[in-house]
Write a protein that binds this ligand. Structure first.
Ligand code: ATP
Ligand code: MG
Length: 431
């Protein structure tokens, strides 16, 4: 038997999960600061949700979805992204009626796309994303972008680039679409079959094609910026003003189009400029989707959001050689020698843990020397040794592994003394 993880998926091993937890925590903390509340939706949805919202002509729907029939003959799909589900829930639970608008949501969890595996591209990956639904204030566009930037900055990233664009409103897009069709139609035979399909259905997506990106007609294609009507242009200006107000540097890229159909107005991507980050430089993507709520059966409600994968965030941190806080450290290793002392060790370990002190002990009846080695390997701050002598004195020998100092501490004050010793050691290290 040779069973391995499916292609494109990975085990995140105990030596790695610490980083994940640090990132997840800083994300939740940031969302708390910005008042985005978590929403948890199912891992699978009716396939139609994604064909309707993400769009028939997108790579995701055409090539990347894990779609299956269940035993009741329904077509279901493992979610490839989070916005569709969040907006479905917004409509289904009539969140548009909540007294506090906009409704600000975040999600974090696995997404599934059938993609070619490479660094930063998996078939199962974890996305964190936010959605602010119910406001068309350009200030909230800036808030959404600033939250994403803030997460990366808190993760220690410095080599970041924010790229923004405006896709305009429906009127602007219709005018631009016409110009695009006129531009590409005479030479469409030189493009890939996907682009040929896109020409009539959604020519904007041609600009996002990965196969034909170097075709000369790409560089000369009509730019959206030139087709923005007055209202759309004014909206874009305000978004830029707010970003400047927050001191968030950005670049405008008139060719930035997002992969999903539902975007309009503001579109943005955050990239890593770190050397060695690899071919894929996009860390996060997002934008405004003012028609999506209506498309999914709700009242017209403007929305904006973004998504980022934790995998790419971690890769960027690695590319910048940043260090993570070590979550796996151990405060106390408890050693009991002899049967009676072992019982006391079990009791003490339990008590330490109940006092918010991380504690570990031996469960293999190993020699004291081997146990000391374990304590070293686990980077314990302190070791508590209890033998017959110590038991008789109702005390434990407390050893500071940083200084090597030892002291006999009565059980009655042990927890207190352990806390003091940990603080002393941590403070000494910080100096
Ligand atoms: P790309 O152009 O890299 O395929 P995309 O346009 O498909 O990206 P989105 O659908 O906007 O990406 O997803 C938002 C974010 O989710 C991306 O910026 C990236 O951080 C992450 N992401 C997307 N697909 C994957 C994947 N297969 N593996 C890991 N992370 C991913
Ligand atoms: Mg993709």
């Amino acid at each position: 038997m040779d069973i391995k993880v499916p292609r494109g998926t990975q085990d995140i091993l105990p030596s790695e999960t610490g980083k994940w937890q640090v990132v997840e925590e800083l994300i939740r903390e940031t969302c708390r600061m910005y008042q985005y509340k978590e929403i948890r939706t199912p891992i699978f949805e009716h396939t139609e949700l994604f064909t309707r919202s993400v769009g028939d002509t997108t790579d995701i729907v055409q090539k990347e979805m894990y779609t299956f029939q269940d035993r009741g003959d329904r077509s279901l799909t493992l979610r490839p992204e989070g916005t569709a589900s969040a907006v479905r829930a917004f409509v289904e639970h009539k969140m548009f009626g909540y007294p506090d608008q906009p409704v600000k949501l975040y999600y974090m969890g696995p997404m599934f796309r059938y993609e070619r595996q490479q660094a930063g591209r998996y078939r199962q990956f974890v996305q964190f994303g936010i959605e602010a639904i119910g406001s068309a204030d350009p200030a909230i566009d800036a808030e959404v972008i600033s939250l994403a930037m803030s997460v990366y900055q808190k993760a220690g990233l410095k080599k970041l680039k924010l790229v923004i664009n405006s896709l305009g409103d429906t009127e602007s897009r219709v005018a631009h679409k016409e110009a695009l069709v006129n531009h590409f139609e005479p030479h469409i035979a030189e493009f890939c079959s996907d682009c040929q399909n896109r020409l009539q259905k959604n020519p904007l997506r041609i600009l996002d094609c990965k196969v034909d990106r170097n075709h000369p007609l790409m560089a000369t294609a009509p730019s959206l910026t030139d087709y923005l009507n007055e209202e759309s242009a004014a909206y874009f200006e305000k978004v830029k003003e707010y970003l400047s107000l927050l001191n968030i540097p950005y670049e405008v890229d008139p060719n930035l189009v997002r992969g999903l159909d539902y975007y309009n107005h503001t579109a943005f991507e955050i990239m890593s400029t770190a050397e060695g980050f690899g071919a894929i430089t996009t860390l996060a993507g997002g934008g405004r989707y003012n028609g999506l709520v209506e498309e999914l059966g709700g009242p017209a409600s403007p929305g904006i959001g973004f998504a980022m994968s934790i995998e790419r965030l971690l890769l960027a941190v690695e590319a910048e050689n940043n260090k993570w806080a070590d979550l796996s450290t151990l405060d106390v290793y408890v050693i009991g020698m002899g049967e009676a002392a072992k019982k006391k060790a079990v009791e003490l370990t339990y008590e330490l843990r109940n006092n918010e002190i991380t504690a570990e002990m031996d469960y293999l009846d190993r020699k004291i020397k081997t146990q000391m080695k374990s304590a070293d390997r686990l980077k314990a701050k302190l070791v508590l040794v209890i033998g017959d002598d110590e038991l008789e004195k109702q005390s434990a020998m407390l050893k500071d592994l940083a200084t090597g100092e030892q002291q006999l501490v009565p059980f009655s004050t042990l927890i207190e003394q352990v806390k003091i010793s940990i603080t002393t050691q941590v403070e000494a290290k910080e100096q």
